[in-house]
Design a protein around this ligand. Sequence first.
Ligand code: NAD
Ligand code: GLY
Length: 366
Amino acid sequence: MPLSVPPERVEIQLGERSYPIWIGGDLLGDPSNYLALAAAATALIVTNTTVAPLYAATLRTALSGRFREVHVLELPDGEAHKDWKTLNLIFDALLSHGSDRKTVLFALGGGVVGDMTGFAAASYMRGVPFVQVPTTLLAQVDSSVGGKTAINHPLGKNMIGAFYQPQLVLCDLATLTTLPPRELSAGLAEVIKYGPIYDMQFLAWVEAHIDALVAREPAALAYAVKRSCEIKAAVVGQDERETGLRAILNFGHTFGHAIESGLGYGEWLHGEAVGCGMVMAAHLSERLGGIDAAFVQRLTTLIRRAGLPVVAPAFAAERYLELMRIDKKSEAGEIRFVVLDKPGSAIMRGAPDAMVREVLAQCCAA
Ligand code: NAD
Ligand code: GLY
């Protein structure tokens, strides 16, 4: 479906690994968007069984003047397939097509396809170029930007992966017209995240435009994607490999990852778990003295208005603690949470188990 939104460019500044993020309507079918890529004979579009029928032919046609061969690989759809077995399908395809070191991988899909394709690109022949063409709101505002790539392990989410930056990110807003409503809400969780951790003006803007975002008004979506990418680019530009600041982007994720792996991957969407996890992290922030109850309520209301769950699944507190200890931010078995030290600012710190138990008692279903 055509969408007339003029393209805008956000730059991610990482020295020789810098790249542009383009945001606009109908980008993926325009061959001129790929002209800046280095010359290569072959390209592999990695997508899944849901996205392929919608967009793979358009992308393939756009790439066909640029590459001698363009292959398409359809992975099974879903978070439950973000694993070794599915990753191997990408290597099988690359090898069976005789792909070389210049072969360009295109990740066409949501964060699952993007994270797996990025990891495959990081490791095939020790690194080949790749392009992110995110087709979910979550992937456009978060996962396609910043170079985190990974697969899940049954014991923990995104536990195996690499930092590996794409050459280009193309956020084609027209692809969001086919996104199921639940997936749109999941993406809004990551949009909402940027306000309380970094930019209170943006939080106020999201509050004022949440109905327009849920209704997919193109101008509102365009601004939300652009501002989210600007904030993510600013954070990643200062701390690419998460030695400090970048951890703030995980607000809500420690609780959220526990929900996802505790329920089994795919039961709750990642964005749903992050949305609910932000409510829990806000309660923890209040107990630690960073924000007041009114701010917790303000965030909870916005998350609910975005169509996201705000009551956590009723696992035993012990189970939550066990799941959260496997988080990548844990150090020497101590769980470290991203909490708000004031509205618009986040830090990472530990919290007494007793306090975390109180938060769980407050936030979990009876
Ligand atoms: P997803 O990739 O599973 O996509 C959601 C669903 O929407 C899938 O069924 C997909 O096939 C479908 N879909 C995709 N685009 C569509 C379209 N345009 N129209 C119709 N259907 C479409 O989920 P997601 O929310 O995009 O990504 C979640 C993943 O991203 C998680 O694995 C999470 O860990 C990861 N993530 C990574 C980072 C990072 O920095 N790398 C950041 C946030 C999340
Ligand atoms: N989504 C968190 C990060 O990219 O660091």
